[in-house]
Each structure stands twice: as structure tokens, then as C-alpha cells.
Design a protein around this ligand. Structure first.
Ligand code: ACM
Ligand code: ZN
Length: 628
């Protein structure tokens, strides 16, 4: 009995505590993503108007680029321009901590105090100041940019201490499958830094396009950057016709890329370049056909099945391959300040190596017992090339096959197991397991989404933890969300696929694990939506859609369970093909049955008497197939 009472008391405490957390987001009006380490709301407001100035002490001039970024951003979001001034009046004061009291803020943390007379922001580095500025921007009213003729805006007084859980907080943008312009990449950077991401991984090469100028290898951008134009139907499109011009694609000149790198640096982001080898290399092979085992002529893939299946890998026995790679990495190393270069390494079909005389000779000469060891030989040799340029190697988890290169870092994508294996071998790991972090997957009921494959709901991204129980956290550098773009043909859709899952991942990689709270996140996420709207950023509202889960009954009938990711939504449904609304049957929580003759279920969600989600429409046979 005493034990039951204790349990009840604990449950009560838990309830009070979670209510308090919810209140923290709901009532204080402080809705920050990613959730800071500590937020204490204080009474009063700081009034932001034209009289406010930005102040820094003389020795903080190293902040001037970051300060300039902030003044421009603030003016863009609010229409209020604040001058820089030495002292006096109401102010936003920036302060670099130089007295050795480095504290727990680390290299990216900050301390922010908002009082009625001053906003004081201090950090050990310009990056910390930058993240504090992002928090200030989120303290502005949600409708800051929508208010007509605004002259002043209130920020709630608060005391905030904040620093990230991980130093690697990345998004990956695949610019090969679809090319995104320099301006679009810069826009993506602007969006990701709102949520304190610090790494943009650019997937610069694949079967569908080579995207970076290499001056010593001009065919890469003359041939490899261009393909015939196809729209939709990825993986099924018509192969290139004889003489059909390759007009679709593009590439970044080295000057373009230097501008992107600089744009990122101002925003405290590292650009991580990826050249995907030894497979996923059709654009390279189309440009220089002597580099594959078969040496067949190919064109860059425009979403069609390749004429010879899986022939997209470099010949590991051919020494010209290493000369070409040396040229590529020499030029990349001069453009990208990143400590790492990503060499891909994923999904190599090894059958052509097994049959190739040059590859077989390489295996013999190097005493390699199988094609896995041949791949490992290749990666180790590439690691030496990178090291000769002062760079470290990172690759997808397939680089573990046949033996990991001595100093390689592993990016784990086929779940977490590759990352676990690498960490146990004392290698560094960046986590990006597909089922939690792949931004190209469905984020809600597929019938209400553009076609793709697989499922990665917002709640799955939010509830994932990048440090598995069996692993020492010190080997996990952090993680990423990865946007593959086979089915992302334009930038608006790139935004749609990134947000709000990017918000969830921002919190996973920045905030303390103990502060993770889905219900609280939903409240804070919804307060981001007007900010995203105001900035013209597209995002998915799939989290409001009904989830239809098939259930097989004992008598072999199909029933459907309906649910939603977020609390407090009502669901109305129809089986007769018409559009349900609040006058239709309301879902009561028990599985529902298809009436005889019905082949389709439509469901719509409501909140507080108003429709909120999109209507999802699922065929009986589709639900049946999900059971199989
Ligand atoms: C990958 O998704 N092939 C890394
Ligand atoms: Zn070969």
C-alpha cells in the first residue's frame, strides 16, 4: 500500500512537473527552438524601437561581421534599424568573454539577459554571440514582421543560458539529383541557421550530375553537369534519345563556391563537400569513360534505369583513377576550409570489380581476399590522398566493409549499427539513420503527400537519440538530417521536406536530452509557423493529418485504427467517397470497419471546431498491402 502511495505521489509530481514544462512554453511566451539549456522568465519587457542601439566594447571588434549580420537581419524581420553606438540609452550589448572564465558555455554557447533597459549577450566566441542573436530573434513577437507600421516591439524579460549538446549539427542537401542555384543554397543556409545548425553537407556528385568546377578536369562540368530534361517519374523516365541535347543541370564555378563558403562562414556554418566514390560515380564516368571497369560510354542519368545496371563505379585497379582523384581533392581542399571531405563510399555494386582484369590484379598484388577488402583498399588510399591535402576523411557506413581506414569518421545512415560499430573501434561518428533523419521520406499519410518512399514522421525525428545506450558519447560528434533530391525537383519542395522535421532535428542535436518533451515541442513548433510564413519559407503541415493503421481481425477482416501525432485533434471520416466534415461520424478510438462494398476511406482532422489537417484518402487495397 505504502508503495502504491509512493508511486501515486511520484506520478503526481511527474504530472505537476510536465504541466510546469508545458506552461513554460505556453504561458511565458518564450517559444524557442531548439529549447535552450535554461530559461528563466522575468517580469517586464524590453521595448525594441529606433532608439535602441547595438553596443560592443572596443576589444570586441572581432564581432563586427556577426553584428552587421544581426542588424541587417533585425531590420529585415522587423523593419526596425538599430545603429551601432559606443554607449548610452537602451541597448543590445554584445560582449566577448575574455577573462578566462570560459565556464560551461564552450565555443558555441551564450548567456543572454533581457531586462527592460538592456539586452546583454555574452559568449566565448562570435559563434556563441551568433546563436544568442538567433534566440533574440525568436523572442520577438510571432507577428513581428506582419504588423503594419510598427514602431516598437516587446521582448519578454528573461535570463537564458545555452550551449549545444553536439558540435556537429548538420543538414545535407543533395545538389546532384537536382541542381539548386547558389542563391538557393544561400537561402537554405539562412533557414538552417535560424535553428542553430552549423554544418551544410553538399552532395556534389552522383550518377545524375557533377556540380563543382574542377579546372584541371574540364569534362566534369562540360559533360558531367548536364543531362537530358525529364520531369517526374523518377527511376522510370525515358532513356536519352540519340542526339538529344543534355540541357538540364548546372554547376558551381569555384568562384560561386567560394562565395557560398564565405556566406556560410559569416553565419558560422561549415560547408562539408561530398564527392561520392567509388560508386554513385556515373557523372564522373560519363565525363571520363576510361575510369570505369567496363569503359563503356554513358550519359548522365536523368532518372532512368542505367543501360547497364549498377555500372557506376570507378575501377579500383586503374591508377588513372587515383591521379584524377588527386586532382579533384587538390582543388576541393583549396576551396573548402572544412576539416573534413566526405568521400561517399555507399552502395557500391562490386560485381564489375570481381570480373575486371585490372581489379583482379590489384587484389592479387595487394593480397586482398575479396571485393570488400578491395573497396577498403580504395578508401584507405583515398584517405592518404586527403591527408596529403590536410583533410580528414568521412564516409557513409559502408566504408566499414573490408576494414575501416585508420582515421576515418563514419556517417551512419543504414540505421545506427554502423555508427555503433565505428564508435566501439574508437572512431568518430556522425549519426544520420535513415528512419529518423532522412528528409526525403514521407512525413505523413502518403496519399496526402507528393510521391516518395519510406516514412519518417516528425515525431520519429523528434524522439530519436543520436547516442545509443552502448556507446561512449564522446565518439558521437553529432548528427544530420539528409535531404536526397531524386524526388525534390525544386527549392520550394526542398523547404517543404526540410521543415518542420529540421526543427525536430535541431532540437535533438542542440538541446539537453533531459529537456526533450514532444507536447512542449509541438507548442513551440506552432509558434514558429507564423515566423516561417512571414519569411516565405514553405513547410509541411503533415503532422496535422490523420494516420490510418490497418488492423487484421481474427476473422480475417480489415479494420482501421485512426490516430494523430499530436494531441487534441478530432477526426471525421467517410467510406462513401464524399468529403467528411464535422457533421460526419467522429472517430471514437475503436478500430473501424470497411462497410461491404466500400473501397475507400476519407479522414479529416479538426481542432477546436475548425479543419486543421488535409483530407487523407486511402484505398482499402492500399491498407491491405500495408499489412502484408
Ligand atoms: C545513402 O543514403 N545512400 C547514404
Ligand atoms: Zn576494375
Amino acid at each position: 500500500m505504502a508503495k502504491t502511495k509512493r508511486l501515486l505521489f511520484l506520478f503526481f509530481l511527474l504530472l505537476v512537473f510536465s504541466q510546469k514544462n508545458l506552461r513554460a512554453a505556453n504561458e511565458t511566451g518564450i517559444h524557442i527552438i531548439p529549447e535552450p539549456v535554461s530559461v528563466t522568465a522575468k517580469p517586464g519587457q524590453f521595448i525594441l524601437d529606433q532608439k535602441v542601439s547595438l553596443q560592443m566594447t572596443a576589444e570586441d571588434r572581432s564581432l563586427s561581421e556577426t553584428a552587421q549580420w544581426f542588424r541587417t537581419q533585425l531590420a529585415q524581420v522587423t523593419g526596425i534599424s538599430i545603429p551601432e553606438r559606443k554607449s548610452g540609452g537602451r541597448a543590445i550589448q554584445l560582449h566577448l568573454i575574455t577573462d578566462g572564465s570560459k565556464s560551461s558555455l564552450g565555443t558555441e554557447g551564450y548567456h543572454l539577459t533581457v531586462s527592460p533597459s538592456v539586452i546583454s549577450l555574452s559568449a566565448n566566441s562570435a559563434a556563441g554571440i551568433f546563436y544568442g542573436m538567433q534566440t533574440i530573434l525568436q523572442l520577438l513577437p510571432e507577428d513581428a514582421s506582419a504588423r503594419e507600421g510598427k514602431k516598437s516591439l516587446d521582448l519578454p524579460c528573461a535570463d537564458i543560458t545555452d550551449y549545444p549538446r553536439f558540435g556537429w549539427r548538420g543538414l545535407m542537401l543533395d545538389v546532384s539529383r537536382h541542381f539548386f542555384t547558389k542563391q538557393e543554397v544561400e537561402r537554405y543556409l539562412d533557414e538552417m541557421v535560424m535553428y542553430k545548425f552549423n554544418t551544410l553537407h553538399l552532395h556534389l556528385s552522383d550518377d545524375q550530375g557533377w556540380r563543382i568546377e574542377i579546372k584541371s578536369l574540364p569534362q566534369l562540368t562540360r559533360v558531367g553537369a548536364w543531362r537530358v530534361k525529364r520531369i517526374g517519374g523518377w527511376g522510370e523516365s525515358l532513356p536519352a534519345l540519340a542526339q538529344e541535347p543534355a540541357t538540364d543541370g548546372g554547376f558551381y564555378t569555384q568562384d560561386d563556391m567560394r562565395e557560398i563558403v564565405h556566406y556560410a562562414q559569416v553565419r558560422h556554418v561549415t560547408i562539408l563537400p561530398e564527392i561520392d566514390i567509388p560508386a554513385h560515380s556515373l557523372a564522373l564516368i560519363a565525363s571520363y569513360p576510361n575510369l570505369s571497369c567496363t569503359q563503356l560510354p554513358y550519359s548522365v542519368n536523368a532518372g532512368f534505369k542505367t543501360p547497364v545496371r549498377d555500372d557506376n563505379a570507378l575501377c579500383i585497379g586503374n591508377d588513372s583513377v587515383y591521379l584524377v582523384l588527386d586532382k579533384i581533392f587538390t582543388e576541393l581542399a583549396a576551396i573548402f576550409p572544412s576539416e573534413y571531405i566526405h568521400i561517399g563510399g555507399d552502395e557500391a555494386y562490386k560485381g564489375f570489380w570481381a570480373d575486371c582484369p585490372k581489379c583482379k590484379k590489384r587484389m592479387q598484388d595487394e593480397h586482398l581476399k575479396d571485393v570488400e577488402e578491395l573497396q577498403s583498399y580504395f578508401i584507405k588510399r583515398v584517405e592518404k590522398i586527403l591527408q596529403s591535402k590536410g583533410k580528414k576523411l568521412i564516409g557513409w557506413d559502408e566504408i566499414l566493409e573490408g576494414g575501416l581506414a585508420p582515421d576515418a569518421t563514419v556517417m551512419s545512415w543504414r540505421g545506427m549499427k554502423g555508427g555503433i560499430q565505428a564508435a566501439k573501434m574508437n572512431h568518430h561518428v556522425v549519426m544520420s539513420p535513415w528512419d529518423f533523419t532522412y528528409l526525403d521520406l514521407y512525413q505523413g499519410e502518403p496519399s496526402a503527400e507528393p510521391p516518395t518512399y519510406g516514412m519518417c514522421r516528425l515525431s520519429a525525428s523528434y524522439n530519436y537519440d543520436p547516442v545509443p545506450d552502448s556507446v561512449d558519447e564522446k565518439f558521437i560528434l553529432g548528427g544530420q538530417g539528409n535531404l536526397w533530391t531524386e524526388r525534390v525537383p525544386n527549392f520550394r519542395h526542398a523547404e517543404y521536406m526540410t521543415w518542420p522535421r529540421g526543427l525536430a532535428l535541431a532540437e535533438v542535436y542542440w538541446s539537453p536530452k533531459a529537456s526533450r518533451n514532444w507536447d512542449d515541442f509541438v507548442v513551440r513548433m506552432e509558434s514558429q509557423f507564423p515566423r516561417l510564413d512571414a519569411a516565405g519559407i514553405k513547410y509541411a503541415r503533415s503532422v496535422y493529418n490523420a494516420i490510418c493503421t490497418p488492423v487484421q481481425t481474427k476473422d480475417d477482416e480489415l479494420e482501421v485504427k485512426l490516430s494523430t501525432e499530436i494531441k487534441g485533434l478530432d477526426m471525421y471520416y467517410s467510406f462513401d467517397g464524399t468529403f467528411p466534415d464535422a457533421w460526419y461520424p467522429k472517430y471514437k478510438g475503436e478500430p473501424i470497419k470497411f462497410p461491404p462494398g466500400s473501397t475507400n476511406l476519407n479522414v479529416i482532422t479538426y481542432r477546436d471546431g475548425k479543419p486543421i489537417g488535409m483530407q487523407v484518402s486511402v484505398k482499402k487495397e492500399e491498407l491491405q498491402s500495408r499489412l502484408n
